[in-house]
Every structure is written in C-alpha cells, then in structure tokens.
Design a protein around this ligand. Structure first.
Ligand code: IMP
Ligand code: MG
Length: 175
C-alpha cells in the first residue's frame, strides 16, 4: 500500500465488480439508444475508461473540464469550467460521468450547463456519493451510484489530493 494511505476503503476487486454492474445496468436502461457519455476531467477519467469499456451498447464520449477544488481538501465553492464539450449535445441522450458527489456544487453546475444545450435526456453516474457533505439546497439525485461512503477524504482510481495519487488502483483514505 502507498505510504500516504491509512487504509483501503474500496479494493481493486470491489471496483471491478461494481463498475461492471453499473455498465450492465446502463446498457440495459439505454437499450435501443446511442448515449453520449460526458466524462468530467480529471477525477472521473479512470472510472470512465473502465465503465465505457464495459458498455454493451453503441455509445460515444466527450470530455468536460470542471473543478471546484483548489490545492486544498475543501471545496472552493465555485466551479471553473476550463474545457467545454465539443460534440453536439442537442437531441442526444447524455450520461454525465463524475468521480464523486460531494457538496454537489460541481454536478449542479455541470447539469445546468449541459441542460442549456438541450439534450434529449440527461442522467448522472457517479462512482462515489458522500451524502453527509451535501450543500443545503443542492439536489442532483444521480441515477447511478457506485458506492455511498462516509465523509472521508479519499484518493486513488482517479481521485487526487493536490494532483497526486490518481494512479492508485484502489480507493484509499489519505493519512
Ligand atoms: P463537489 O463540487 O463539492 O461535489 O466536489 C466534487 C469534486 O471535488 C469532485 O469532482 C472531486 O474532484 C473533488 N472531491 C470531492 N471529494 C473528494 C475526495 O474525497 N477526494 C478527492 N477529491 C474529492
Ligand atoms: Mg473532479
């Protein structure tokens, strides 16, 4: 285990199994459709690549760069959109893929932003949900949730602390 990690919260094996389940569920729900996955950079990249590869129906992808965290472990409370999607969203069945639903500020912003581009439908898939951290008034209700966790600060499988630890193959609690 990495020396900066106190314990593994979600193992590689647990991630592998759950991501496959999510892909199977999304594939069934979107049968006969051709969804566009929008991966939120950078934290969702590792989760997205496993989820996307496990999809059983034809689908396409795009990337949106948004961040609400600075170098700290606490949300800055505002979202910076540094890269917009390039695919046409209008009329598409869009599935937003995000690493974590924490305060909800990022997902709330991203949903409003994509909704303004008039998709045929818009759903949200998050790997992790930290309900205890929700900002009052925010109610995104992701359609797909990998794991609901206690309000630890976690890293690995795409999640960072000051840009580090994204490569770890498990989700761990930072010391
Ligand atoms: P929110 O806007 O507060 O919901 O935060 C969402 C973003 O904050 C995510 O996309 C993550 O990049 C980051 N974040 C929230 N919690 C954690 C964590 O425990 N570890 C690493 N990044 C986190
Ligand atoms: Mg992020």
């Amino acid at each position: 285990m990495h020396p900066d990690i106190s314990s593994v919260l979600i193992s590689e094996e647990q991630l592998r199994v759950r991501v496959k389940e999510l892909a199977a569920q999304i594939s069934a729900d979107y049968q006969g459709k051709h969804p566009l996955f929008v991966c939120i950079l950078k934290g969702a990249v590792v989760f997205f690549s496993d989820l996307f590869r496990a999809m059983k129906i034809d689908c396409t992808c795009d990337f949106l760069g948004a961040c609400s965290y600075g170098a700290d472990t606490c949300s800055s409370g505002r979202v910076d959109l540094y890269k917009d999607v390039t695919e046409q969203i209008k009329g598409r069945d869009v599935i937003v893929v995000e690493d974590i639903y924490d305060t909800g500020i990022t997902l709330d912003f991203v949903k409003t932003h994509l909704q303004s581009k008039q998709p045929a439908s818009l759903s949200v898939c998050v790997l992790l949900d930290k309900p205890a951290r929700r900002k009052p008034g925010i109610d995104v209700r992701p359609e797909y949730v990998g794991f609901t966790i206690d309000p630890y600060f976690v890293v690995g499988y795409g999640l960072d602390c000051d840009q580090e630890y994204r490569h770890l193959p498990y989700i761990g609690i930072k010391k």
